[in-house]
Ligand binder design. Structure first.
Ligand code: ADP
Length: 227
């Protein structure tokens, strides 16, 4: 579960709040789309959840963890519960598909044996069988995003946050990625997707939360979006 209660974050002293008294409740296993024009505060909201940024005020509870009680030393543990993917994939260029995913498991202390059994399963899940030895520059954009998603879900996070994951992809690859996110969601992972893609939002028929100027201006159960 994700709970935000009147969360505010301002970056500079003279700036307007990037998010302004945001309250939000997301149930486990929900699929939520976050929309809004550039600068609306979507990335800031996600950064609050990953603890990349701290709020000025308000309460955040994710998966039973109250961020007020969270010590800096516990942030890596929190991030294990959260998978994150970005528009620009953020893959390690000199590592193969297998190694990119394995690395994410190494850093959380998984044994080599566990890694060798886990990585092929997630590669299979994201549909990249046969590409294990490819380097990122030998992949299409859609495939790179699949690697990023595989890396994010390999640790079996409770929540997967995808910040504009289709921003660099053509429509066909975008839909492949969205379908993959739906599949991951169907296995019980909460998905939080930010996107500008009106077509995706309107065809998915999922909960749509619209942000404008740091506020939530609409929250629809099976929403749509008009730019
Ligand atoms: P979105 O993801 O919806 O495009 P952001 O959360 O990135 O919106 O930005 C919200 C507001 O916060 C914008 O006005 C942006 O300029 C500002 N902002 C975002 N990140 C920073 C930062 N690191 N430093 C200063 N201002 C920032």
């Amino acid at each position: 579960m994700i709970l935000l209660d009147r969360v505010t974050k301002t970056y500079g002293i003279k700036s307007k709040p990037a998010i302004n008294r945001i309250s939000l409740h997301v149930e486990p296993k929900e699929f939520v789309i976050l929309v809004g024009t550039s600068g609306a505060g979507k990335s800031t909201l996600l950064k609050m959840l990953t603890r990349e940024e701290k709020p000025d005020s308000g309460k955040i509870i994710v998966g039973g963890i109250d961020y007020d009680d969270l010590k800096d030393s516990q942030v890596p543990y929190l991030r294990q519960k959260l998978g994150v993917v970005f528009q620009d994939f953020k893959l390690l260029p000199r590592r193969t598909v297998f190694e990119n995913i394995a690395f994410a498991l190494e850093i959380v202390g998984m044994t080599n044996r566990e890694i060798r059994s886990t990585v092929p399963k997630v590669i299979d899940l994201v549909g990249l069988k046969g590409k294990e030895k490819n380097f990122p520059d030998q992949l299409s954009g859609g495939e790179m995003q699949r690697v990023a998603i595989a890396r994010a879900v390999a640790r079996q996070p409770k929540i997967l946050m995808a910040d504009e994951p289709t921003g660099n992809l053509d429509p066909r690859h975008s839909w492949d990625i969205v379908r993959l996110l739906e599949k991951i969601n169907s296995y019980g992972t909460t998905v939080l997707l930010t996107t500008h893609n009106v077509d995706i939002v309107n065809k998915l028929k999922r909960r749509v939360i619209t942000m404008e100027h740091g506020k939530i201006t609409s929250d629809q159960a099976q929403g749509w979006y008009k730019q």
